[in-house]
Design a protein around this ligand. Sequence first.
Ligand SMILES: Cc1cc2nc3c(=O)[nH]c(=O)nc-3n(C[C@H](O)[C@H](O)[C@H](O)COP(=O)(O)OP(=O)(O)OC[C@H]3O[C@@H](n4cnc5c(N)ncnc54)[C@H](O)[C@@H]3O)c2cc1C
Length: 442
Amino acid sequence: MQTADVVIIGAGMAGASAAFFLAPHAKVVLLERESQPGYHATGRSAAMYSQSYGNACVRALTVASGEFYRQPPGGFCDYPLITPRGALTVGAGAQHDSLLQTWHAMRALVPNIAWWTQDQVLQRVPVMRPEAAQFAVYEPDAMDMDVHAIHQGFLRGARQAGATLACNAEVRRVWRDGALWCLETPAGCFGAPVLINAAGAWCDELAALAGVAPIGLVPMRRTAFTFESPSGTDIHDWPLVIAADESFYFKPDAGVLLASPANADPVPPQDVQPEELDVAIAVDRLEAATTLTVRQVKRKWAGLRSFVADKSPVVGFARDAPGFFWLAGQGGYGIQTAPALGELAAALVRGLAVPSAMAALGVRADDLSPLVRPWAACVGPPPAAGGAIHRMRAPEYRPPPCSSRPTEVAAGARPLVSRHPGSRSAVPQARPEFDPARSGAW
Ligand SMILES: Cc1cc2nc3c(=O)[nH]c(=O)nc-3n(C[C@H](O)[C@H](O)[C@H](O)COP(=O)(O)OP(=O)(O)OC[C@H]3O[C@@H](n4cnc5c(N)ncnc54)[C@H](O)[C@@H]3O)c2cc1C
């Protein structure tokens, strides 16, 4: 068994960002089921950064991530991670009052968000039908994100700080051995006192494997597709256009247009595929609101946006299992909030407070914690008296046959896990600055 301080399950944006911020302080192993990271939600997003999107908690995390995206650490990426796009929410008729209200609420957080007239909309996006865009709210600082560069930057930085990534490493069995979480994968067995559950849509399934109470995560299918822009029209400068009732959105994407019916269809966790009907609905709505014609769909895909009831991410140690840390429920905001969520997760795992810059922007651990959220009362027993959480709900320890080795470790990875041949209960040799006993797990 390979042991580490922290084992992270899932190498999408959540797992990669947590590994990036933790690796300088702890021995980190990142386990990914697929042959390459980023195959699921992370590789299927619309790549938008908007400070006015989501609930107050999400907006605070998004604002807190902005500085990282504008000024990433040296060596993270040679070119900008975000580029100006703008976001335009268009409405008509009876939507006036509610959109006006939304504008006032948004302005409290993002002062340069503007109310636009029909003329302004038509000047910027001439394909809008006037009757569908009688007024709008414009967010000039909404950005396109380079999701691949961000994800690779996190993975590369984590690796340079000593983290190990194992692909083809689906976690199939989880059990406790003393202070360790032990994990069986086709790439070998791994153990660590802290397990970070960053398995995206599969977070509740992973918790079930570990005998930990679920958080009620609901994966929602969202479909997207690209199509040719109208010939002779320069779409380069168009913002993302979203209907006030969120019935569709479209935006320029590498020379073509990307569109979505903005659907949110609950489905079990899976390698979700686009439904023809979703695309047809989007085309219908798009052609009703604009003069665009979708002659041919160039590429279509679907991905899962996973939410808990209050639509805020879940970040923190579980109440019913020592060292089991949730990093889940990023919904439709997991890319734009990744730097803040990764840094916050790393701080909480190390037993530290919310970083001060983040706290100043309104990020509160309690808003994200699985322990104090309104629905938390029904997901597990309260912690044992005195704060020490020793209740074990994980399956009883049964040593598995454990002869396999990782089938794929990221090129150039410098393994940091201490090997303790023949000893499944060996305590990892923690780096001086990482003391599992001091981490927020206990
Ligand atoms: C169509 C669409 C548009 C979106 N647009 C935006 C946007 O504009 N802006 C934004 O910020 N966000 C957007 N999102 C949301 C964003 O993509 C997600 O919030 C984010 O990618 C979630 O990252 P994750 O790492 O939690 O999940 P994932 O990327 O799904 O990663 C989880 C990983 O865990 C692995 N895994 C699962 N179970 C196991 C196991 N047992 N063992 C090992 N590995 C396992 C999976 O293989 C997967 O790679 C969009 C999403 C969709 C679908």
